[in-house]
Design a binder for this molecule. Structure first.
Ligand code: B12
Length: 191
């Protein structure tokens, strides 16, 4: 399973943003990356497409050819997420698009109803994303037993919002990848 985790480059979209050099990669996505790796998923790419135009993004998506794309979706970055999802499905119609983070948590139905999004992960994402990746890998069509997921039923087209996953909060301290990447980023370009 090849997984692409995308932190949207919202600094380019909102001119008033102070992150002209690109913000440090989203901590939430790094945590998901570490957790998936810890459970045997090593083919994970991290991207923020900072400084890229849509043609570049298209070329990079083609080259990367992921089975699953996970996007960190805040309210500011939702437009980027929709556009990237559309583009990714044009390139590869069977790619699975997963949105996480605050906007996906609060507006999962709208995200899935109006855009080519297959899943929203609500609230904390580590365990939910792992279960989801495993389910996608085994080509399931029923995801109703995965807590913390909203999904479009691939058979009926119906949008379903599963029950909440209990919060774990401090159960997952930031793992090695997160600490490494933050240290590297800090020494490179302080934000
Ligand atoms: C730290 C932080 C920042 C840091 C980010 C540092 C970094 N490198 O990540 C900085 C200062 C750069 C920042 C900037 C901004 N931030 Co900020 N930030 C936060 C804060 C306080 C904590 C986020 C965090 O790291 N949590 C810890 C991690 C582990 O949790 P998490 O991010 O929630 O991720 C978990 C889940 O959400 C989920 N998840 C997240 N992404 C994904 C993706 C997938 C695929 C999956 C499956 C799951 C998943 O799983 C993760 C692990 O459990 C939140 C408030 C909050 N309490 O959440 C605001 C918050 C996210 N920020 C917010 C805003 C508005 C911004 C800015 C737009 C502000 C600005 N105008 O400049 C910018 C945007 C920058 C960008 N590129 O997106 C808002 C978003 C509101 C909204 N409706 O979208 C929040 C909610 C604060 C608020 N209440 O207003 N921010």
């Amino acid at each position: 399973m090849k997984i692409l985790l995308v932190d949207p480059p919202i600094g380019q979209i909102v001119d008033s943003m102070p992150y002209k050099e690109g913000p440090a990669f989203a901590i939430g996505l790094l945590s998901i990356d570490s957790y998936l790796e810890k459970h045997g998923y090593y083919e994970i790419e991290l991207e923020n497409y900072f400084g890229c135009g849509w043609e570049d993004i298209k070329a990079r998506l083609r080259q990367s050819n992921p089975d699953i794309i996970g996007l960190s979706c805040t309210t500011d970055s939702r437009g980027f997420c929709w556009r990237l999802a559309r583009l990714a499905k044009e390139i590869r119609p069977d790619v699975k698009i997963v949105l996480g983070n605050v906007h996906a948590t609060f507006f999962p139905r709208q995200m899935i109803e109006h855009h080519p999004i297959d899943f929203c992960v609500l609230s904390e994402g580590e365990e939910t994303m792992l279960e989801l990746v495993r389910a996608i890998e085994s080509r399931r069509t029923d995801y109703s037993d995965i807590l913390g997921v909203a999904w479009r039923d691939p058979v009926t087209g119906e949008i379903k919002v599963n029950g909440q996953r209990p919060l774990t909060l401090t159960k997952y301290p930031l793992t090695a990848n997160v600490v490494f990447l933050l240290t590297w980023k800090a020494s490179d370009k302080p934000i």
